[in-house]
Design a protein around this ligand. Structure first.
Ligand code: NAG
Ligand code: NAG
Ligand code: NAG
Ligand code: NAG
Ligand code: NAG
Ligand code: NAG
Length: 366
């Protein structure tokens, strides 16, 4: 029964967690008693990825090249095994993410920008490198990857690999919206996600990166097929570029805690720890030299200018002192040379005189 076999393969292909390489949790709160608290963003922030990233905010993971240019932050697969990604250290409990990015080309190469929680709730944007016009949207609740045809949805759109686009996820407890530029592609309500059971609802962080779903060495046949076929690594490098990220947390908190969580994975069991967000403070702290300067008070600026001026004065004095000393030493040396030269000149004169006398004497012999 080949048709049955074929549909079994198709089912297998769609059942796999789409963001396999990006999917991980350091501590699953649904079956672990004490998972660490999560720093809340508790506000909004725009990240221009045209400069080095703040490693306290964005954590670089996995092998592969992480780099940046004025165009944005680049994730590059140079060879088999590379799967570079970054994840935010901050979490949002309901929120919004706007990513301006360009997906990577290459058969079997998957680019993604997702929100994911430690109990594996997930909201995805994904791109298959072998298809230039396809945009994929998906979601998971509590890591449930059992096949459900209503979960993943593909859209045919303008080229995601040659142009930057704005991929937005707007996530509240009532609905999730996927926006590409100014068009809403999809909306999901809890009742559409197994009566809310599969609806993403726990604090999520941002994860972006690429991986090779078409790597036959690491992946099963279903994954390779899902990814759009085998990856030819001789065609590397494959690069995804993220220009900018905007994020806003719809909850005000210092941290989110799993303290009261049970197997339900419900947002109602997430404990909100009140206070000022340290991660937001870190984000708002000026980082460039220029920014740090302008952030200083007038008094601090004057104090710094005064101390620099003082330093310059001290240096000038030191240099002058050294020069005078040097010149004195020089003068002494010059005098010694002069004396020596005078002495030599006198000796020469004496020698010449003696020679003259000698020749005179010699002349006597001739
Ligand atoms: C916890 O649940 C996850 C996801 O269902 C599973 O992969 C993991 O093995 C479980 N861990 C324990 C200790 O039960
Ligand atoms: C974003 O953050 C800034 C600075 O913290 C704040 O002034 C602004 O009101 C925030 N915007 C929204 C939509 O919350
Ligand atoms: C990055 O982009 C921002 C916003 O356009 C700009 O203000 C900043 O100067 C840029 N930084 C670099 C290093 O190009
Ligand atoms: C690209 O993806 C779209 C949407 O999934 C699909 O309809 C189309 O056939 C794909 N094209 C190629 C060349 O695979
Ligand atoms: C996982 O999702 C499938 C498909 O939506 C559903 O039939 C199943 O009941 C879910 N499993 C659990 C444990 O919720
Ligand atoms: C991204 O798109 C959304 C939805 O249209 C829009 O509200 C938002 O302002 C856009 N963000 C940027 C940075 O252009």
């Amino acid at each position: 029964m080949p048709s049955l076999l074929l549909s079994a393969v198709a089912v297998l292909a769609t059942l796999l967690p789409a963001t396999l390489a990006q999917t991980h949790t350091d501590c699953n709160p649904l079956n672990t008693t004490s998972c660490p608290n999560m720093p809340a963003l508790s506000g909004n922030a725009t990240f221009h990825f045209n400069d080095t990233i703040n490693n306290k905010i964005w954590k670089e993971r996995n092998a592969g090249k992480h780099d940046w240019s004025e165009k944005g932050y680049t994730f590059t697969i140079d060879s088999r095994g590379d799967a570079p990604m970054v994840q935010s250290s901050f979490y949002m409990m309901f929120g919004r993410m706007e990513v301006i990015m360009k997906a990577a080309p290459g058969q079997g190469i998957i680019s993604s920008a997702i929100l994911q929680s430690e109990d594996l709730d997930e909201i995805d944007w994904e791109f298959r490198g072998g298809n230039q016009t396809e945009i994929m949207t998906n979601y998971y609740g509590k890591g449930n990857t059992t096949f459900d045809p209503s979960r993943g949805k593909e859209f045919v759109k303008a080229n995601a690999q040659s142009d930057f686009h704005n991929y937005t996820l707007d996530w509240t407890k009532e609905r999730i919206q996927w926006w590409m530029d100014d068009e809403m592609l999809r909306e999901l309500t809890p009742d559409m996600a197994l009566g809310g059971k599969n609806y993403p609802q726990t604090p999520m962080n941002i994860r972006m990166g690429i991986w090779a779903g078409g790597d036959t060495k690491n992946n099963e046949k279903g994954v390779v097929e899902w990814a759009g076929g085998e990856t030819d690594f001789s065609k590397a490098p494959f690069t995804m570029t993220v220009q900018q990220v905007y994020a806003i947390d719809y909850t005000k908190a210092k941290e989110y805690s799993w303290e009261n969580m049970d197997a339900s994975g419900s947002f109602e069991k997430v404990k909100i720890i009140e206070g000022d967000s340290e991660v937001l403070e870190e984000i708002q702290k000026p980082h460039g030299v220029k920014n740090r300067w302008t952030a200083l008070s007038k008094t601090a600026q004057i104090a710094i200018i005064a101390s620099i001026a003082g330093f310059v004065v001290i240096c000038t004095c030191l240099i002058t002192f050294c020069c005078i000393k040097q010149r004195r030493a020089g003068r002494r040396e010059f005098a010694a040379i002069q004396a020596n030269q005078d002495k030599e000149a006198a000796e020469l004169l004496e020698y010449k005189r003696q020679m003259a006398q000698g020749r005179f004497a010699q002349g006597n012999y001739i």
